[in-house]
Design a protein around this ligand. Structure first.
Ligand code: HEM
Length: 226
């Protein structure tokens, strides 16, 4: 059953029939965009927070404490979790509709990075909530860094690394598609590659500092689960 409606004609039909079981793809796209913009603000601040670890662990924790006033207050956290609950299923619905075959490279990059982000967001937020409410630890710098000192550190290098690169790849592929009608393909491509490049640099810096390559890190016992 194809319940998603896309073309203007189909949309009009949808409005006329006004079936409550039919989902309007235009609405889903709007929701996905709105939730995405909400998440983008958080992710921008979140990754900037991680870059502050390049200064020191204390500075990272200080910035996180300040940001928590926003995303950990009941309103901020509810908005963030709601955005994730909207973003992930709406993204999956849009991808199922779009398929994979016949897509341009930029669209494939958008779908692949979005797919990874959907998985990562759910797994990552689940881990943070488990840390907070089950293991009763402060999910600060050490919480993120500890896994890079565990026996499965290589898994976390890939898991964290892909998350950061996927964020930038997702933005780059959307930017490329938006710029194509307005500028030359070459310029759009250069801009998209520059965005991915910034992502790779950000990922490298975060992984280096959290894994103890920039300065020595002593993981407190409370964070050692191995
Ligand atoms: C290397 C990369 C990353 C590391 C080390 C990391 C680490 C962390 C840590 C330590 C927290 C807990 C924050 C707190 O207690 O205040 C957290 C929360 C969170 N992170 Fe990440 N993160 C990374 C990348 C990402 C990315 C790419 C996303 C989004 C796609 C993301 C989304 C979130 C969300 C939604 C929360 C939950 C905030 C809350 O409600 O407390 N993170 N992350």
């Amino acid at each position: 059953m194809n319940s998603l409606i896309d073309s203007p004609v189909q949309r009009t039909e949808h409005i006329q029939s006004a079936s409550p079981t039919k989902i309007n793809v235009h609405r889903i796209r709007q929701l996905h965009r709105f939730a995405g913009m909400t998440l983008a603000v958080f992710i921008g601040l979140h990754l900037t927070n991680h870059l502050f670890a390049l200064v020191s662990i204390e500075q990272h924790i200080k910035v996180m404490d300040a940001l928590r006033l926003v995303y950990r207050n009941p309103l901020g956290e509810a908005l963030l979790l709601l955005a994730i609950m909207v973003q992930v299923p709406s993204g999956i619905m849009l991808v199922r509709r779009k398929g994979w075959r016949g897509l341009q490279l930029a669209e494939r990059a958008q779908v692949a990075s979005g797919g990874y982000l959907a998985f990562f967001l759910v797994a990552h937020v689940f881990a943070v909530m488990m840390g907070r409410y089950f293991f009763h630890v402060d999910t600060n710098f050490y919480f993120a860094s500890a896994v890079l000192f565990s026996p499965v550190w290589l898994f976390y290098v890939v898991y964290y690394g892909l998350s950061v690169v996927s964020v930038f790849t997702h933005v780059a592929s959307i930017h490329y598609q938006k710029m194509l009608p307005r500028t030359s393909a070459r310029r759009a491509q250069t801009q998209a590659l520059a965005i991915v490049g910034i992502g790779v640099a950000t990922m490298t810096l975060i992984l280096l500092v959290f894994s103890g390559a920039v300065y020595e890190i002593r993981i407190p016992t409370a964070y050692k689960w191995w």
